[in-house]
Design a protein around this ligand. Structure first.
Ligand code: SF4
Length: 359
């Protein structure tokens, strides 16, 4: 039997669970400070807990949700963590070091049910949702691998799976990441990418000032229906209309739109010129990502010249743009290549090559 995991609960929830089990709530704080403050994952090593309580907790709870199966290091320094759960499920997380930050891309599902046509994860199908503890353990396993003095500065929910289809676990993991008494990460350092599960966007933004990224990838419903089949349920009008609502705009935070450039599919100058019109009224930043070829898809990236011309045309329409150079392609860690063989796409992994419009 797989035991419930202590990292799957935010502090208030765990305090409540302890209380209902007849334990003082502050014992939950003690346990969490061992796990997050001191990195101790063996309950028997939590020496300021009574021995009987350590035994009781160990009999009923697990602490480690994922084990590192292997780490692959790209020529550009990107590190892919292949992580295994007790049930044998495998997920991947990708650490992208840059000059002033270390960004970790985490997965939220094993496989993905959305079957976007350009994505290696989509080709796998869906196995199961990850628990909040399994999301948090991606962060902890990556954190352990950092050099002394280094920290994880940013977390992006852009790995395998659609985060907003695993909403309860994703929400709980964000609460754990941002709790000053657990991982103490600023919400502004967290980005959640969605293909457009419209009813979950507002609850996400109500969690705090986290960043929202939308995997856009097309400028017409006809093309987006093919690339991102979820578009048939939440078409562009509905998705972008939801982002134009007054209270979302009053957050004064840009929405990041991810646009994977695919040769002959969505890379025309007409597309580039349509984008500023489509996003009008939404505080936006557009991330352009040349397609990462992978074995499950015949789709190729456009030439560098086409990418540059696309970026220039969209920029001329008034959009703030970043054209990304993909990272980790040699270890299948770039966007759309993760398949663990299985982790994910979403979009937006890569180092930033700012154009003049970049804020
Ligand atoms: S792009 Fe994202 S939402 Fe689409 S299939 Fe891949 S992982 Fe799922």
């Amino acid at each position: 039997m797989i035991q419930p995991n202590l990292k799957s609960h935010s502090r208030p929830v765990l305090r409540d669970r302890f209380r209902r089990a007849g334990l003082p709530a502050w014992r939950a704080d003690q346990v969490l400070s061992w796990i997050y403050g001191r990195g101790v994952e063996d309950l028997h090593e939590m020496t300021d807990l009574p021995a009987t309580l350590r035994d009781e907790l160990a009999a009923n709870w697990s602490v480690r949700a994922l084990e590192t199966e292997r780490v692959q290091i790209s020529r550009d320094g990107t590190r892919k963590f292949v992580l295994r759960a007790p049930d044998g499920a495998t997920v991947e997380a990708v650490l992208i070091p840059e000059e002033r930050r270390n960004t970790l891309c985490v997965s939220t599902q094993v496989g993905c049910p959305l079957a976007c046509s350009f994505c290696a994860t989509g080709a796998l199908g869906f196995t199961r949702n990850l628990s909040a503890g399994e999301i948090i353990d991606q962060v902890l396993r990556a954190r352990e691998a950092l050099d002394q003095g280094e920290t994880l500065t940013n977390i992006v929910y852009m790995g395998m799976g659609e985060p907003l289809l695993n909403w309860p676990a994703v929400a709980e993991s964000i609460r754990i990441l941002t709790d000053p008494k657990t991982l103490a990460m600023a919400p502004r350092r967290i980005t959640v990418s969605t293909s457009g599960i419209v009813p979950r966007i507002r609850p996400l933004l109500e969690l705090g000032p986290v960043n929202l990224a939308i995997s856009l990838h097309a400028t017409t419903d006809a093309v987006r229906d093919e690339l991102v089949p979820l578009n048939r349920r939440y078409p562009l009008d509905e998705l972008l209309g939801a982002l134009r609502s007054d209270d979302l705009i009053s957050r004064k935070r840009p929405v990041f739109f991810e646009y994977t450039l695919m040769q002959g599919i969505n890379d025309s100058l007409d597309d580039a010129r349509r984008l500023p019109r489509l996003l009008r009224g939404i505080p936006s930043k557009l991330n352009l990502i040349p397609m990462n070829p992978h074995a499950d898809s015949p789709i190729q990236p456009p030439s560098r010249a086409v990418c540059d011309a696309f970026a220039a045309a969209a920029h001329a329409g008034g959009l703030r743009i970043t054209l990304r150079r993909n990272r980790g392609g040699d270890i299948d860690a770039a966007c759309g290549q993760l398949a663990a063989r299985g982790a994910g796409a979403g979009a937006g992994r890569g180092i930033r090559i700012p154009l003049s419009a970049e804020a």
